[in-house]
Design a binder for this molecule. Structure first.
Ligand SMILES: Cc1ncc(COP(=O)(O)O)c(C=O)c1O
Length: 289
């Protein structure tokens, strides 16, 4: 559920009152990038990683950052406080702005549009943690710069809908016989006690939750490798996890109607999930940046 107060170009106002020009290039061309930042007990989680990735995505579309990390942190702080704190997630979008007309070529000196709003982060249901979720596979039909967190998400939307149609939670994407990622998640597999994740590159988004998984795996002394994952490896994995900001880590227990492992969330998932929860607790009260 969206929370009432949003940020638009330096102003805080009711979300219902926010207005953007239909000539904004986000509307005409999806000429925009975004971040989704989880907030636990009023504190943004991995804010620096999200701010760094926003700058990286902006550079990928040839835009300077319209605000510093500190300014972004201040926007987040105000949104969180004005929307009542607690567990939320923040959506932050920077578009190239509105021009009078429609030109593919990038206009010079256009003021960007900065929009951010907050939503309530609903608690994860006990059933998901006990039973896991199901996923289907599909061919990855997205563009060639998936490392840029662009709002041009039509392929992701259509791919996600395939899982909705199939009564599943996520669509896991394959390209040339290799795992890339999910429609809105990083996919980790566990084989013989080792976590394996496809390497970052242009074919996938560098996930911020992935970095937490890697850090916690190292703390727990669980092996963690970055390397290609073939379709065959995906299908024979002992465990499959989805990692993404709004949910942390989730276990996939069915893939295309076959059980993953013994069909229940695996032992390594339980350890990693517990460590994730503890890590969020450890960070409470520490500076967000
Ligand atoms: C395509 C895609 N891959 C991976 C992720 C996971 O990224 P993060 O962990 O930073 O949320 C997302 C998150 O929305 C995504 O949309």
């Amino acid at each position: 559920m969206p929370l009432p107060i949003c940020h638009l170009n330096g102003e805080y106002l009711p979300l219902e009152a926010a207005r953007v020009s239909p000539l904004d290039r986000a509307f005409l061309f999806a000429d925009a990038v975004y971040e989704v930042i989880p907030v636990y007990a009023g504190r943004p989680f991995r804010l620096r990683a999200h701010a760094d990735r926003l700058v990286r995505s902006l550079a990928g579309i040839r835009m300077p950052a319209p605000l510093s990390h500190e300014e972004l942190a201040a926007v987040c702080r105000t949104l969180i406080d004005r929307n009542g704190g607690g567990d939320q997630y923040l959506y932050v979008q920077v578009s190239r702005g509105a021009e009078f007309g429609r030109n593919h070529a990038i206009p010079e000196a256009l003021p960007p549009t900065l929009f951010a709003f907050a939503s309530r982060l609903e608690p994860l249901s006990a059933q998901i943690l006990e039973r896991g979720v199901s996923a289907i596979t599909a061919a990855d039909t997205r563009w060639a710069r998936r490392d840029i967190k662009s709002t041009a998400l039509l392929a992701n939307v259509l791919l996600k809908q395939l899982s909705v149609d199939a009564g599943a939670y996520e669509t896991i994407l394959l390209e040339n016989g290799q795992l890339t990622e999910g429609s809105s998640t990083t996919v980790h597999v566990v084989e013989d006690g080792v976590i394996r994740t496809p390497p970052n590159g242009r074919q996938m988004l560098p996930g911020t939750t992935r970095e937490v998984v890697e850090m916690l795996a190292s703390r727990l002394d669980i092996g963690c490798e970055s390397g290609p994952v073939s379709e065959a490896r995906l299908r024979s994995a002992d465990e499959i996890w989805l990692a993404f900001s709004t949910r942390g880590v989730l276990p996939v227990t069915r893939l295309d109607d076959a059980a993953v492992g013994d069909g229940r969330p695996g032992a390594l998932f339980r350890r990693l999930h517990g460590a994730f929860h503890d890590y969020v607790g450890e960070l409470a009260g520490t500076p967000a940046l």
